[in-house]
Write a protein of this length. Structure first.
Length: 314
């Protein structure tokens, strides 16, 4: 069978739990580990920086770092630490987050997130790829240059994207798009064409599309439904996801829950062989890379290890 890149998403807290899981993933042979950042909680970039000195070969990424609370020059400075600790092993995942989080928790303006991220990535690209930036934009005005002793690390900048405008932006200026809560049909009919449009605007090849595949190691759909609805409870307050499901042909139930059809298409569940086949099917639908979140039901340690072994086998 064709091989393709895979990674595991490891959610904090706790920091020590995440570090243990990353080291375990490296030992098993999983090639990539992503750590998300929540609006409030342990910072992903700090965690992967700690992981960099405790690992040797596994690639590490922030999936994602929330852009608004950090000035792009500040983020570039922080990311430069990874350039020394884990050269060629780091990917900087970046995203806008959502209006309720940015305005409700941080008290920051969320207007025009696509335009803001365009400028944000322009600043990062200048510093981290070219070594200097002279930029006067609507949202950021940055004039900076790396020291001659600090070569530009040129690690990939991956953009979290859900809907068409952000996917186009990812296709135009990023080194990859990260897409979560998306069905194979959404990947085929909306995500890939939108990224292609952006890439054509920049006259360049489309960058990779990284798609999440939450995994439940069970044939019991009732148990999968409980996991899915519990996970959805966090995201349900963000209108972007509801609109994404609607555009993809999976409207929510009248009380705002996920339909069984959507859960079936979103989640990779079943025994080991079935999960492996579903991951291959998602790749065949257009996902260049797959990242998996593990949702244990009973024996967390055993189920985490089993899923990581599945990933390593791909």
């Amino acid at each position: 069978m064709t091989t393709f890149p895979v990674g595991v998403v490891i959610f904090p807290p706790t920091v020590q739990k995440v570090l243990h899981a990353i080291k375990q993933a490296e030992q098993i042979g999983v090639p990539m580990a992503w750590v998300p950042s929540w609006p409030v909680g342990p910072d992903a970039l700090g965690i992967v920086t700690a992981a960099a000195v405790q690992t040797e070969s596994i690639e590490l990424g922030t999936g994602i770092t929330i852009a608004s609370p950090r000035h792009p020059l500040t983020l570039a400075n922080e990311a430069l630490v990874m350039a020394e600790l884990a050269p060629q092993r780091f990917r900087l995942g970046l995203g806008a987050s959502h209006q309720p989080a940015i305005e409700g928790l941080y008290g920051l303006d969320f207007a025009k997130p696509v335009a803001r991220l365009r400028e944000y990535i322009t600043v990062l690209r200048g510093l981290l790829w070219d070594g200097r930036i002279d930029f006067n934009g609507e949202y950021y005005r940055v004039h900076a240059e790396l020291s001659a002793l600090t070569p530009p690390p040129r690690f990939p900048i991956v953009l979290a994207a859900l809907r068409k405008n952000m996917l186009r932006l990812a296709g135009e200026i990023s080194d990859g798009a990260m897409l979560i809560w998306a069905t194979p049909s959404y990947v085929r009919s909306i995500a890939l064409p939108s990224m292609e449009e952006g890439a054509m605007l920049a006259n360049r090849p489309r960058p990779p599309l990284i798609v999440s595949a939450p995994i439940v190691l069970s044939n019991d759909f009732g148990a999968v439904r409980k996991v899915a609805q519990a996970g959805w409870a966090f995201y349900s307050s963000f209108p972007t996801y509801r609109k994404m499901f609607q555009e993809g042909g999976y409207p929510l139930t009248p009380d705002g829950q996920l339909t069984d059809e959507l859960i079936h298409d979103l989640f990779s569940y079943g025994d080991e062989d079935t999960i492996r086949k579903r991951l291959y099917a998602l790749h065949a639908a257009g996902a260049n890379e797959i990242i998996t979140g593990i949702n244990p039901l009973q024996d967390a340690e055993r189920e985490h290890r089993t899923v990581m072994e599945i990933l390593a086998s791909l």
